[in-house]
Design a protein around this ligand. Sequence first.
Ligand code: TMP
Length: 208
Amino acid sequence: MKTPRPRGLFITLEGIDGAGKSTQFEALVEILRAAGRTVVATREPGGTALGERLRELLLSEPMSTSTEALLMFAARQEHVLTVIEPALLQGHDVVCDRFTDATLAYQGAGKGIPRDRLQTLAHWVHPGLLPDCTLLLDLPSSVAAQRLRAQQRTPDRFEQQPEAFFERVRRSYLELAAEEPARWCVIDALQSPQEIGERIRNFLKKYV
Ligand code: TMP
């Protein structure tokens, strides 16, 4: 009888807009691949054809806060069923740029949807699925706001939120990390990209 392959690692990356996630996402994937692991790199909202279409709407179309939360979970449902769970079961690692913690921080703390309502949806959409570890790039909202202002392109619907919104989101991320210190790794995103990369590499040593 064949021994089943061990389940892959589910790693998520979180942080407020402007925290520098994109650069570190690439570094994270590279560290795992260099360790000989097979990695599925994906993102939310998005990660499937339908999810990417929902992402376009979420980032541009005016909508109520509850519609926004439900669309986040609709995109997530498709992503979990068709990408994340199959990959983990095949023994691949999944590195996901944002997951349900982002909904708790943005639609929960940022926009005021009660956490238990979001937890009910999370339980429906991905019962029993939780990231093995979550890296949080933590940055003061004032610095993130400066970075966003310096961008050349037009800010999307989320990036247009006031600094106070991002402060609530940041605090919520820090609270979530404090609730589950074994899962979260909080990284000071004011450090240089090299220092952040080193911190990620050290943290991952206990997993790979
Ligand atoms: P990104 O720019 O990091 O790819 O994320 C797109 C935006 O979507 C970002 O501003 C955060 C937001 N977002 C939520 O508000 N809730 C969620 O559940 C997710 C996954 C993203």
